[in-house]
Every structure is written in C-alpha cells, then in structure tokens.
Write a protein that binds this ligand. Sequence first.
Ligand code: 13P
Ligand code: SF4
Length: 302
Amino acid sequence: MIYMDQIIAKIKELKTKMNAVILAHNYQRCEIQQLADYTGDSLGLSRQAVEHDCDVIVFCGVDFMAESAAILSPNKQVLLPAKDAHCPMAAMVDVPTLRRAKTKNPDAAVVCYVNSSAAVKAESDICCTSSNAVNVVNSLEEDKVIFVPDKNLAHYVSLHTEKQIIPWEGYCPVHHQIMPEEIRMAKQEHPDAEFLAHPECRPEVIEMADAVLSTSGIIERAGKPDVNEFIIGTENGILCRLKEQHPDKTFYFASPFASCANMKMITPSILLDSMEKMQYEVTVEESIREKAKKSLDRMLEI
Ligand code: 13P
Ligand code: SF4
C-alpha cells in the first residue's frame, strides 16, 4: 500500500526527471488541481501548453483539451492520464454533417467551440472558448456564422452580436440539466447572492444570471469586494479554487447533479501511473493537425 504522501512525492520527482508540466482544468478533483503547475479554463490551458518550455505536458482534463495541446505543440509529448476521459459534447458534431452544412451555407464562416475533435477544428475557420466566443464571432468579416457544437453557447453569442448565428444541436449534458427552477429556489433562499453562470447553461438559466463567464471568469468574479455570496451555475469541481482563492466567501451550487464524470476520472494514483508508463500519448495526424492549428492560432491571436 502506497500512501498519498509517497504518491505525491513520486509525481514531483518524475515531473522534474521528465521535464514535464502538469496542467489541470478547473473541474478536476481538488487533489489534482493542487498537484498541477497551472490550473485554468480552456483558453488559459491552451496558452500554457504553448508557452511552457517543457518536453512533456501531462494534461489533466478531457480528450479535446489534450488534443488541442498536441495540435499547438507538436514538439512536446502530450499525455492524457485517463484515456476514457471524453467530452460527450465534442462527439455531437462530425465532419460529414458539418461539410453538408457548409455546402448549404457557402457564405457562412464556421466557428467551432474547442470542445470538438481535431478533425472538426480542421474543417472550421476559427475556434473559440467560453471566454472569447463573442469576441471571436464579432471579429469575423462574414455576417453569417455556423456555430458548432454547443447550441447554448451559440444562443448566448447570438445575444451579443448582430451576425446571424446558425446553431448546432450539441450541448453539454452537465450544464444543460441545470434548471431555471433550481436557480429560482436558490435565489429565494439566498436573496443577497449573485448568480454566476457558465455559457453552456440553457438560455432560460442564462437569462437569470448576474454574469455569464468561463470557469476562470467565475473564479475571478467571485473576488468582487462588495458581494459575499454566490450561486454557481457550473460543474462543481470549480469549488476547489473558489474556496482556495476566496476563503471568506460563501458558494451555493445551483444543481446537486452538476458533476462531470469525465473530468473526475484522474486521481493522484492514475496520474502517477500515467507518468511512470508515459501513457496515454495523444497525437494528431499531421495533415489534420496543420489545419486544426490554423483555427486555434487564429483564435489565440484575438
Ligand atoms: P471553460 O473553458 O470555461 O473552462 O469550459 C470548459 C468546459 O468544458 C466547460 O464545460
Ligand atoms: Fe464536456 Fe460538459 Fe464535461 Fe465540460 S462539463 S467536459 S462540456 S461534458
């Protein structure tokens, strides 16, 4: 039986030996976030993957995040410690269907949320994340935009642009099940609390929010000096950093079911196993990688 302290010590030792960096999304288990060199939202993690001078990126997140790191940094080895950590929303758009939509709308640009496969990114004009989706869409010359795969993020963007948004039928199962009735009840119980929502929530929930932000945006906003209580409309892994960065504030979760099983697959022992065995390496076929990188680079330039 190896104790937790030994696991942590081994991870740190291996990290130095491998010249590795550990990146963790804000929804990861608290133990993993505490072991990471950098925690953040999808945009912040993509930037870190490019900027860190290392040989290996151990990506504690879901598949599309590790894949984005592999697309952006082909000279680094990218490991996803849990090979089954898939984002179900990313599977809600495929290349043949997207090509048909492009043929039907030849004058539209294609904006793809980073929660998508490398092949879909390669087929798109530009990527976006939850923190820059509005800016990305507004930066385009085209008046018409096919927005894949999240219909809820597409709806949120449509509230902040003059452009015609053609939404897709995808959604995040975790955010989509946060119901307006739950927010109404939480607001009644905590009338002084601000309600902060992630843009993957359904439109009726977004309407009730005081602010709509990415995961890192929510963490930052919770530092607002004159507000002490917050109702949080996103995945509950975010509580780790909310509590760490704002120990004097109180947080209520809008929904008890807002937990992403895929984001919780990595434990310290699975992380150690991954580093010892150098598994599971994420690679992207070169012709797809080059095209997908253009969509990601274009986003990072904004
Ligand atoms: P963020 O980019 O806001 O961290 O969101 C990623 C995600 O998967 C939300 O479900
Ligand atoms: Fe995908 Fe939703 Fe999980 Fe984010 S929370 S990784 S969008 S399933």
